[in-house]
Unconditional design. Sequence first.
Length: 128
Amino acid sequence: MRYGNGSGSASLAALAMLAGIATADAQEVTGTWQRDTGASRVRFAKCGEALCGTISWLRDPNGPAKLGQRIFYDMKPNGANKWSGSAFNPEDGKTYSGTMTLSGDTLTTAGCILGGLICRSVTWARTN
């Protein structure tokens, strides 16, 4: 028995395509990003069910940040092209609630305190 005019299968195909696009967007943040100051690069990759960011290059390897140091933890989707988790700041040795927002080849990360009332943002450009 057939119902309707077959547009149901077209609707299912469109939903599957949209689900694939959402998955692709979430993966676009993976890769290497350079800080706007040019002082460091971070490589984002899957870690379990989340994304993590690890320092992959430093202009000054003698500073407080260290190669291989994880500075973004447990970044999970929190809206379209947005993630939330934790951000470690090697300069002060503290971990903050963190967010990431992707817009094209620009990634903005922020570390916040007081429930997001005070945040410090950093802009990153894709290098790969």
